[in-house]
Design a protein around this ligand. Structure first.
Ligand code: ACM
Ligand code: ZN
Length: 510
């Protein structure tokens, strides 16, 4: 009896250590993100003399929409999925396996059955194209990289203080004026207007035409990726105000500029001016025309309220509405826009500042100042996307010694691969509150990242850790095991595609 108890205990411990997923007979194959289950056995599939074995696909609505089963046990590659998206993810897994078999010089894909589905419906990556402009071809490559990691949202940050990038036909000055800054701060001086700050003297800018943005939407859709555009309001609006100064609290005669350095600027859209609402609605009309996504990101972050405190129009609106705090003005602006978008069948996502002054139940909160905004929002019953700067801000350095390791410029901080991997999206939440966490996202801000090569260094391989959390959150094994799997399953794929990843990302790993 004692012996039986011991055997049972040992079996249970092994089961727990293995993350309850891979059977003892699992073939020696690595997949990132880690599939839900992998069983070995059966004949496997012989590789033909040339080309790849055909995949026999089947859509079965018995499976979840993104779920797939990849099966090589009966001499054929069988792929069943709940939708075309699931088939796409199954093909990504198959490509990782095929590359490993070929790398070993073998001619047999071992027999296995993989069953897989993502932990989160929203699996995103953001790209700031305001601070630095990237070409349409580079954005397509960015989307390819997301697809390689089985992510399904591209959050496109199109407007900010340093450049407005989206063509808006009803407000042409946004791109005639707002898309170009005179020069850019050199290197790492974050203080606005200090004497020591040095500038490069080179204009920087550009914008995406509506046709180009539609091209990106279509390109992403072919890879089962939704593009969520972000139009910042009411802050981070210097480029909009340089184009249409009458929309600012300081009025039409104030010489607003497209900013040339980074930071938080006091100049914001005037919430008390009805033309601001007209402007935002017309911009969003065109944005909704281009982007079919259910969600539109309305920004909402880092909007100082100093100007609202002194602006007669803003103060008059506050009196009219009975507001006592400027935060309520922000809330009023955001809910007005939310209602307008709802009439078009759209929903809003905003940075976690939209919680201040009150937020409607239907707004999705993107938690960036750590996870606390997301936790508060989930407790209120709002949907949440977790993008905490502590774990998913990929403009942070990747090691504790960026200089010694030869890292390219980052904003600061230290966000190693191991920390991305360790993020717990459900921390401090009850089971009911956990249901509000709809997904996670990495953010790629580009104040200090001016080239696409540099972007690749910042996102790879950390995006793989995000993908691991997004797909296998509760089935993670250990960081060391993840790194081993990553180096077999994904690093060779990066190299084969010519992507540059950070070699110093594996600090501390033997
Ligand atoms: C943010 O990083 N300001 C959302
Ligand atoms: Zn105002």
């Amino acid at each position: 009896m004692k012996r039986l108890f011991f055997t049972l205990f040992a079996a249970l411990t092994l089961f727990a250590l293995n993350g309850c997923r891979h059977e003892a007979s699992t073939p020696d194959l690595a997949v990132v993100p880690n599939p839900l289950s992998m069983q070995g056995g059966g004949r496997g599939v012989l590789l033909p003399e040339s080309g790849d074995p055909a995949i026999l696909t089947h859509v079965s609505h018995v499976l979840g929409p993104e779920e797939y089963i990849l099966d090589t046990r009966r001499g054929k590659v069988l792929l069943t999925a709940g939708s075309k998206a699931g088939l796409f993810y199954g093909r990504q897994t198959y490509a990782q396996i095929l590359q490993q078999v070929r790398a070993k010089g073998e001619n047999l894909i071992p027999g296995f059955k993989i069953q897989d589905k993502p932990a989160f419906a929203y699996r995103g990556a953001h790209l700031d194209c305001s601070r630095h402009m990237f070409t349409i071809e580079e954005i397509k490559t960015y989307i390819d990289i997301l697809a390689l990691h089985k992510l399904n949202v591209f959050h496109w940050h199109l407007t900010d203080d340093q450049g407005w990038r989206a063509e808006i036909k009803s407000y042409p000055r946004l791109t005639e004026v707002g898309s170009m800054r005179n020069e850019t701060l050199i290197g790492h001086q974050r203080t606005i207007g200090t004497k020591e700050a040095q500038y490069d003297g080179t204009p920087h800018g550009g914008f995406y035409t509506q046709d180009q943005m539609r091209e990106i939407v279509a390109y992403a859709a072919e890879r089962f990726i939704t593009v969520i555009p972000e139009i910042e309001m009411p802050g981070h609006a210097s480029a909009a105000l340089a184009s249409y100064p009458e929309l600012g609290c300081r009025g039409a005669n104030y010489p607003y500029q497209v900013q040339t350095c980074w930071g938080i600027f006091p100049e914001v859209l005037c919430a008390g001016n009805p033309n601001t609402i007209v402007f935002l609605k017309k911009v969003l009309d065109e944005i909704c025309d281009i982007f079919p996504s259910e969600y539109i990101h309305i920004g909402g972050d880092e909007a100082p309220r100093i100007e609202w405190e002194q602006c007669p129009k803003c103060q008059a609106l506050m009196r009219q509405k009975g507001f006592t705090r400027e935060a309520e003005l922000q809330s009023y602006l955001i809910t007005t826009i939310e209602k307008y978008l709802a009439e078009k069948g759209r929903k809003i996502i905003g940075w976690d500042e939209i919680l201040e002054g009150g937020v409607s139940q239907s707004a999705t909160v993107m938690s960036w100042r750590g996870a606390k905004g997301g936790i508060a929002a989930a407790k209120l019953g709002n949907d949440v996307i977790m993008t905490p700067n502590s774990h998913f801000y990929l403009d942070y350095y990747q090691t504790s010694d960026p200089t010694g390791n030869g890292e390219p410029l980052g904003i600061g901080g230290c966000l190693p691969l191991s920390k991305c991997y360790a993020f717990d999206p459900y921390d401090q939440l009850s089971e009911i509150e956990q249901a509000q966490i709809k997904g996670i996202q990495a953010n790629m801000w580009t104040e200090y990242v001016a080239s696409f090569d540099h972007i690749q260094h910042m996102i790879l391989p950390r995006l793989a850790a995000l993908a691991e959390v997004a797909w296998s959150n509760t089935n993670r094994t250990s960081y060391e095991e993840f790194v081993q799997r990553l180096s077999t399953a994904l690093l060779p794929r990066y190299t084969a595609r010519g992507y540059h990843y950070a070699p110093y990302a594996f600090e501390g790993i033997e």
